[in-house]
Design a protein around this ligand. Sequence first.
Ligand code: F1P
Length: 318
Amino acid sequence: KYELKSFFESFVLALPNMDVFREIEGKLTDEVLFVGCGSSYNLALTASRYFERVLKVRTKVFPAGEVAFEKTPKLEGKLAFLFSRTGNTTEVLLANEVLGRKGFKTVGITIEENSKLSKESDIPLVFPIKEEAVVMTKSFNMILLSLMFMADRISGSSVSPYGELVEYSERFFDISWKAVEGIDLKRYEHFVFLGVAEFYGVSLESALKCMEMSLTFSEAYSTLEYRHGPKALVDGGTLIFVQKVAGMDEQEKRLKRELESLGATVLEIGEDGDIPLSNDWRSAFLRTIPAQILGYQKASSRGVSPDRPPHLEKTVTL
Ligand code: F1P
């Protein structure tokens, strides 16, 4: 919790001296690619939506495996962001090679200075974050915060909400912890995460987190998509998190009523929600925290390790 605050402060101080920042700034005129695997794909998806929103750039997002084996539509543009916490995931490295051959400048976003991605990408962007666990948690939040902040700085939009959100992060963590602690987790074997736009990326990441950490069936949808089929699986063992968004109050209320009438428990994250938070898109970097806590607490209640899921390695190689 404390770490997020000190990381943010040092990132803000370092930003004006980052060459990478100026290089990126000058190359945002064409379509920009966002590429990654797993949590890093969810990070790419979430960041791309915010870049589109504030910088008015066109973006395309691909799982690295589709770029690596050239299964995408024709790729246009000059700049590609490649995300990999460890910087050694095979598909991301192959995607970096393919994009290089196609004339893209690649920005390698990672936390490992000595990784292949930081050496092989044209513009390495290495964040000073330490994360030992196999499952990616704080790197997701911190890298997302940094990229959104960068996008706002480049576009000249206000960055003051970040200060307030980072300030609120410790309380948000505590509130989320208590909210999850208040749930009888043994009752639930099905977790659902709903959100739109940036908060859809956050929901995908939330579901992946709960699945990896607690080995519980978890899924994510764009909020109203959930009514178009997936709700057939709702019962008393379903716990649903809705990421609230400005301008959809009425729809969210009706959805909550409907899902509760089917037996589900629904928790809302956002303004006037069960876990209160600003509805500003900039709050995206905090919105995975309730799921990270849920994954942790559910794993504890099942006696499994939230840090080391079976069959999974920190770096997935092909
Ligand atoms: C990608 C990833 C992680 C996941 C697990 C396996 O890694 O899929 O998202 O949590 O650790 O690898 P990376 O390319 O970001 O290092």
